[in-house]
Design a protein around this ligand. Structure first.
Ligand code: SF4
Length: 288
């Protein structure tokens, strides 16, 4: 018998299509050909890494650590020198670069070749941004601030975005750059390479926050996107619990509540969410 605790799932949560595709590609490879080393974790989630490792996937920090025969590039993509080095080493490549990231890389490469200085709205240290930068062959610059734009050597400027950046923030950045540089540039190209998936999870979490008394955000603490999702929920004022799995869920958190919500970051597999819902049902919840 339930105590009237309703469980509501966010309209959109968990794996984005790019991450789902990457995990499936690795699983397919493991089933067909066995062993593969991924260049960095395929997704920032311990459960996924563990499950894949049981099937023969290892995580390598660099190509030097890869013994072969196969290596996988993650959904974040990689720079052109990584592809060249994989070929030089004679490794078989499983390229799980998300098609949306690929599009950003290709836009940056083509624009640089056409003589544009390519400004990437994003964090320079992020692997995806490092990859996109590399495709510009020295003609790119990554920044999050319009105060940090290099001196332009040509009058042609292009702007693209790290895929996970907020679309509105990207266009504000573009507006700010135009306001500052319009007298220096004659030719401006803007390619909106933001991915709609991250925003969809935030919006769904905000909608959920309007309907529930507490929210459980499921995902790894080392996942930046899950952390940001949890922060988004916290800002609504609804009590938010960031948990890695069902074992962390404490019964007192749901005592006397009639409706709780569950969401998960883009790197969280469905099974972890299902386990949290199952735990809530044990505690008297219904639905989900
Ligand atoms: S968040 Fe978007 S760009 Fe990034 S892997 Fe997922 S689908 Fe691809």
């Amino acid at each position: 018998m339930g105590n009237g605790l309703r469980i509501e799932l966010a309209r959109v949560y968990g794996f984005c299509p790019g991450v789902r595709r990457a995990v499936e590609m690795i699983e397919d490879h493991l089933a067909r050909e066995g062993r593969v080393a991924t260049l960095g974790a395929i997704v920032h989630n311990a459960r996924v890494v563990e499950t894949l490792s049981e099937k023969g996937a290892t995580v390598a920090r660099s190509l030097e650590e890869v013994e072969g025969p196969a290596v996988a590039i993650t959904a974040h993509g990689a720079g052109r020198e990584v592809y060249a080095e994989i070929e030089r080493r004679g490794l078989k490549l499983v390229d799980t670069t998300c098609p949306i990231v690929k599009r950003a890389q290709e836009a940056a490469r083509a624009l640089a070749q056409e003589g544009y200085t390519v400004l990437i709205y994003g964090e320079e240290a992020h692997p995806e941004v490092r990859g996109i930068l590399s495709w510009t062959e020295g003609k790119g610059h990554a920044t999050m601030s319009p105060d940090d734009i290099p001196e332009l050597t040509s009058k042609k400027l292009a702007i693209v975005s790290q895929t996970t950046k907020d679309q509105k923030a990207f266009w504000e950045f573009v507006r700010e750059v135009i306001a500052r540089l319009h007298s220096h540039i004659k030719d401006l190209r803007v390619v909106d390479t933001t991915c709609p998936e991250t925003g969809r999870r935030y919006r769904a979490a905000l909608e959920l926050a309007e309907r529930v008394q507490a929210i459980f955000v499921v995902g790894s603490r080392n996942s930046a996107n899950t952390r940001k999702l949890a922060e988004t929920c916290e800002r609504t004022g609804v009590p938010t619990y960031f948990i890695e799995d069902a074992r962390e869920l404490r019964p007192e958190w749901v005592r006397d509540l009639s409706c709780v919500g569950v969401t998960a970051g883009a790197s969280t597999p469905d099974e972890l969410v299902e386990e949290v819902v199952a735990r809530l049902r044990e505690l008297g919840g219904e639905g989900g």
